[in-house]
Design a protein around this ligand. Sequence first.
Ligand code: GTP
Ligand code: MG
Ligand code: ZN
Length: 356
Amino acid sequence: MLNRYGWSDALQQQFQIYATRDLSPARVIIQQRGHYVLATPIGEATAQLSGRFAHEAEPGAYPVAGDWVAATVRQQEASATIHHVLPRHGAFTRKAAGRGQAAQVVAANVDVALLVASLNANLNPRRIERYLATAWESGATPVVVLTKADLCHDGGARKAEIEAIALSVPVHVVSVVSGEGLEALGESFAPGQTAALLGSSGVGKSSLVNALAGVALMATKAIREEDARGRHATTHRQLVLLPNGRLVLDTPGMRELGLWDADAGVATTFTDVEALAAECRFNDCTHGTEPGCAIRAALADGTLAEDRWRSYGKLQRELAHLARKNDPRERAELRKVWIKRTRNYRAQKRQRMEDD
Ligand SMILES: Nc1nc2c(ncn2[C@@H]2O[C@H](COP(=O)(O)OP(=O)(O)OP(=O)(O)O)[C@@H](O)[C@H]2O)c(=O)[nH]1
Ligand SMILES: [Mg+2]
Ligand SMILES: [Zn+2]
């Protein structure tokens, strides 16, 4: 039972310290305001925190969907009590609501982050760039999923545009209406691995879970397609075991989740350089000898500093180089570059706020 939920020898080892008592390993499959459902060795059970855990644990240590826990299970009542949370990997956190407040963990033990955006809405490459940076930072491997292909006539071009910024990250174009791309998406990670669906409300995350599961497990809600605004159909987090042996974790849309302030506008470390490049006469300007090159003009009049331009070029080359490789060490390097990039951006943003 637990093997299907991703239980492994490594987890078994971590569990040894609890195995002496009458505790069983279990995985949190539903989390909704202090109410839990666990997958346990003897089936599903509703669960509560032990009084001691609730009393002693830091808020960030409370179990979330995807967590492995040590619990006492009462078979007759199909109920359980959670006593400990096993160490996490691949955790997604929601940024603190205010100063001095702890960041909140929203999903744990995520191997793959499915970054979902709709081809129907305004597809924002900058936003996807930030999703990617956050995913790398979490320790999960990102995959980009572009949904509602049936509503978009230039899906191929959109895909190419996103592939250009996603570097080595795979980009899937899918539709739950036509079935396009669903099988490939379902097999883009291994059986026993956990993928979390992350993306704005209404992009079709729950619809994907239902299509992959082959049954309507999750409620979905129609959106006003004219402005593509979602209505927060999903309010809890749920881990679903698919018929093909993969696990997907559905989450509420990100605006509510607050993972990224998706509406606040997105930027990367080199927004100034990117804004300049957008002014070049030719879309594919290489900033070499083309006429009407805004980058060369800015370098000439000093608006753009030489060293800033050089470090931009260096980062681009670094990313392009890493993207061509695909072994784990190079992947780790790529992850570091993304993290550095995000940190720089955050530092700049802080600096700007302090300057104001
Ligand atoms: N045409 C079309 N509509 C889709 C597709 N996928 C989802 N939809 C529709 O998009 C709307 C929103 O889908 P949901 O699955 O509820 O979106 P969600 O991302 O789970 O939204 P939240 O739970 O609010 O975060 C529903 O009306 C779906 O029927 C698709 O591939 N094609
Ligand atoms: Mg949903
Ligand atoms: Zn140029």
